[in-house]
Design a protein around this ligand. Structure first.
Ligand code: AMP
Length: 349
């Protein structure tokens, strides 16, 4: 039995991959009708920090993993105290949950990022903007996702207002990355330190939300190697076990900066389901249960598109297209902007 904290679409696809390899899954998620619970052996309906639920999960599971990064680190620590291995571990989660700690860690292991400053009040935000100079992007340190909780400022005064508008919470002030495009690399690391990284994906966002990923991305010869080196340093530095997504900016001169680390399977890795020798969900299960990692080479070219909200209504057309592989998440309600499904359009390499 594998325990998974979180029962969204990533948990659902992890659970299906686990089943294919002969494992059962218990989901811990407070939402009774969550997508993952309907394809899993058991579902504990409780808050992530519910002591009783964590005790039950620890008793049932040989190992526990996560499908989203904002699981309280205390929940993972609690599970470890109860004697169940947790992958990725609390330190990796804690670093990925805080944008300042994350970028400080990245620079510490030699993974380049944009210049940044931390600020925890209006004056600090203004000072940081003055120090970095010009336009800056201000993001809440914690709890931001899909472009939420961030705003541009073009002067120190405006930085102070943005700080207030973001709720007066601690922020990171970032210099702009002048990028040619956004790439990501999905990588895995096992308990024994084994490492494998997939070919790069090229990502297109709209309003901060991923719309399309194309993989394998067409890149200059050195770019893939550069990304692999970065991923290796990051996963080793975090003593990471499992699959992680690393979001990258490709600059005009071809060099790469890291934007952020997602300590879990990643939306830009969904192409692997129909275009790689082992998909990222199976890879995550393999890594956390101590199996050898699977091969990661591409077997097809894939254009992955997310279906948001009402776009799910396109399913009959997509289902009748032989080049399309549809992955629906079983969500009951198609709220605007909600990730409902994705489609992988497959073509030969
Ligand atoms: P994030 O929430 O950090 O993943 O940022 C969401 C999106 O905002 C990224 O995918 C980029 O398109 C953009 N972005 C984030 N940070 C920067 C930056 N420092 N400079 C320019 N664009 C950025």
């Amino acid at each position: 039995m594998i325990g998974i904290l979180g029962g969204g679409q990533l948990g659902r696809m992890l659970s299906a991959a686990a089943a294919r390899l002969g494992f059962d899954v218990t989901i811990l998620d407070p939402e009774p009708d969550c997508p993952a619970a309907r394809v899993s052996a058991r579902h504990l309906v409780a808050a992530y920090d519910d002591i009783e639920a964590l005790r039950t999960l620890a008793g049932l599971s040989a190992v526990v993993t996560v499908e989203f990064e904002n699981v309280p680190a205390v929940a993972l620590e609690r599970l470890m105290t109860l004697g169940v291995p947790v992958a990725p571990g609390p330190r990796a989660l804690a670093i990925a949950q805080d944008r300042v700690d994350e970028k400080t860690f990245l620079n510490g292991v030699g993974a380049p990022t944009v210049p940044f400053e931390a600020a925890s009040d209006r004056e600090g935000a203004a000072r940081a903007a003055a120090q970095l100079g010009g336009r800056v992007l201000i993001k809440t340190r914690r709890d931001g996702y899909d472009g939420k909780g961030q705003s541009w400022a073009t002067s120190p005064d405006q930085a102070a207002s943005v700080f207030a508008a973001l709720g007066g919470r601690p922020v990171i002030v970032e210099a702009p990355a002048v990028f040619r495009r956004e790439l990501s690399i999905i990588a895995a690391r096992g308990w024994d330190g084994a490492f494998a990284a997939y070919p790069l994906a090229e990502n297109e966002h709209e309003n901060g939300v991923l719309r399309h990923s194309i993989a394998p991305a067409e890149t200059a010869p050195g770019t893939g190697r550069q990304a692999q080196e970065i991923a290796g340093k990051v996963l080793q530095g975090l003593d990471y076990v499992g699959v992680a997504g690393i979001e990258l900016f490709e600059l005009e001169d071809g060099s790469l900066l890291v934007n952020e680390i997602a300590p879990r399977v990643h939306n830009s890795g969904h192409w692997t389901q129909d275009g790689a020798a082992t998909d990222q969900f199976e890879q995550q299960i393999r890594a956390v249960v101590g199996w050898p990692l699977g091969p990661v080479h591409a077997t097809a070219r894939v254009r992955m598109s997310n279906l948001l909200g009402d776009e799910i209504l396109q399913w009959p057309v997509l289902a009748s297209d032989p080049a399309c592989r549809l992955h629906l998440y079983g969500k009951r309600e198609a709220r605007a902007g909600r990730k409902m499904a994705h489609v992988n359009r497959v073509s030969p390499l």
